[in-house]
Design a protein. Structure first.
Length: 501
């Protein structure tokens, strides 16, 4: 076991004025199973890159251990090679037999090592890379979002595999994975960094208690500040009024006033002014104690949704449906049956490649698909759609809003609620992180009135806190939805029906 010590780590990219990490400090043991979480854009992947020595930085990173990183880079020309050929580039000191031992643990046939990499599914590629990653010795492993684009079956295998390992940092937004795998959490809060023993759920429960205490303390300080300000203001008015009587008086009305009265009034005024000064100092102390109480509060801001109700109860009717593409001979699936009614939130579940996204394409009227059976889509049905793909996003947000006929101010407001920083509004979207791009698509869908919201893997790259916001939104407004999403917690919270494809 070794220590990893990070002290006053500060970093910003050369082409950006924004500070990604500022004065970050923490100590961890390299045999921990460490979950790393934080809002999109807080610097999780950047932190891993700094540990790998990719960039220059201020501060210090001290450790005696070496690092390795998942996912490995796959160049276009690598797709023609086999995984066995790529091992040498990924991890030069590891031999094939060591990888095969890990493949057995991650429930994969060693024969897949000898297939062209381009023929492997996302799940197969992920598991092979993880097997290579853990085949070495004496390294602290940096694992960046291993379950993106994986179906539930593949996620369960990866979860089981990682739970048997130790000595890694895992960046993930999958709460189920973090709970099953991690024994410590490293959290990049809004203003601070904390390390805590336990998994995501235990950290979140502690945070909710801490946030509740901070809110109560903040309220207490606000009330005390209000009382002190009122008392100080009243005393100040008394002092000013008293001071004004020192000079000038009516000898007829105040015939008994002597010259010594002025000194008495002055002393009394000075005493009152001293009391005002003391009140102001106490106010400053209360404000100082209040500051910082709410700096790391993760308020799940309320979002708004304007779903439309369809005039009929049934929006989509599928009976004995079989589906294939024109150029394919085999059907993706056969004899599928389901209905989507007003208020339903239907989860399409199944392994990658089983046809979930193809069902969505058929509902949206894709001419490349051949169907047998019944697929009835309600006439005049308005659909708001989120695609898995974000590569088409380019240009400015203002151009995006104009091209889609969206209210620009409303789009910006929803993005701010999803914790997209204002500085992003002046950048081109091709420079956004994947999480920010996904949030643009989600925000655009949210502000589009529709009878049916179809979201195809909307949560890839979306941080935990934004996921909880979206869950809260769906449960409050109860839109009619078809969802493809492999986050188990999300499914359990928002789904009303699960259809296995």
């Amino acid at each position: 076991m070794a220590q990893l010590q990070v002290s006053n780590l500060t970093f910003s990219y050369d082409d950006s004025p924004d500070i990604v990490l500022e004065n970050v400090s923490f100590n961890i043991d390299t045999d921990w199973k460490l979950g790393l979480i934080g809002r999109n854009g807080k610097g999780k992947t950047t932190l891993l890159s700094l540990l790998l020595g990719k960039y220059e930085y201020e501060g210090s990173i001290t450790t005696s251990t070496a690092f390795d990183y998942f996912p490995y880079q796959v160049k276009p020309e690598d797709l023609e090679k086999t995984a066995d050929e790529l091992i040498e580039a990924w991890k030069p000191l590891v031999e094939s037999w060591q990888v095969m031992i890990e493949l057995n643990q991650i429930e994969m046939d060693a024969e897949l090592l000898y297939r062209p990499f381009k023929t492997l599914s996302n799940g197969e590629r992920t598991r092979i890379m993880l097997a290579v990653l853990f085949a070495g010795d004496n390294e602290f492993l940096l694992i960046d979002e291993p379950t993106n684009h994986l179906d539930i079956h593949a996620r369960e295998i990866v979860k089981k595999y990682l739970s048997s390992k130790k000595g890694f940092i895992l960046v993930s937004h999958d709460r189920d994975l973090l709970d099953a795998v991690c024994n410590h959490m490293l959290v990049l809060n809004r203003q601070t960094v904390e390390v805590q023993t336990g998994n995501f759920t235990s950290w979140w429960e502690n945070k909710e208690r801490s946030d509740s205490f901070a809110r109560a303390e903040n309220e207490k300080h606000l009330k005390e500040i209000g009382k002190l300000k009122a008392t100080a203001d009243r005393s100040k008015r008394w002092a000013d009024k008293n001071e004004s009587t020192k000079i000038g008086y009516d000898p007829i009305k105040e015939h008994d006033r002597s010259i010594s009265t002025r000194a008495y009034i002055g002393a009394k005024t000075k005493k009152m002014q001293s009391r005002v000064s003391n009140f102001e100092k106490r106010i400053d102390r209360e404000i100082e104690e209040k500051e910082g109480l709410l700096q790391d509060i993760e308020d799940v801001s309320d979002l708004k949704l304007t779903p439309m109700r369809y005039h009929k109860d049934v929006l989509i009717n599928v009976r004995n449906l079989s589906l294939r593409y024109k150029e394919a001979e085999r059907y993706l699936f056969e004899e599928l049956r389901f209905q989507v009614k007003n208020g339903d939130r239907l989860i399409l579940s199944g392994r990658n490649g089983c046809g979930k996204s193809s069902i969505i394409s058929a509902i949206r009227g894709n001419d490349e698909l051949i169907t047998e059976g019944t697929l009835e889509v309600g006439a005049g049905l308005k659909i708001s759609y989120i695609n898995q793909d974000t590569s088409f996003l380019s240009g400015t947000l203002r151009d995006f809003a104009e091209n889609r006929g969206l209210d620009e101010t409303l789009l910006f407001t929803v993005l701010r609620n999803l914790d997209v920083g204002r500085e992003a509004f002046n950048k081109n979207m091709e420079d956004y992180s994947e999480g920010q791009k996904k949030k643009v698509l989600i925000a655009a869908s949210l502000i589009t009135p529709a009878h049916l919201y179809i979201w195809d893997e909307p949560l890839n790259y979306i941080d935990v806190f934004s996921r909880m916001q979206i869950e809260k939104l769906i449960l409050e407004f109860k839109p009619t939805m078809i969802l493809v999403e492999h986050d188990v917690r999300f499914q359990e919270k928002v789904g009303t029906t699960v259809v296995k494809v």
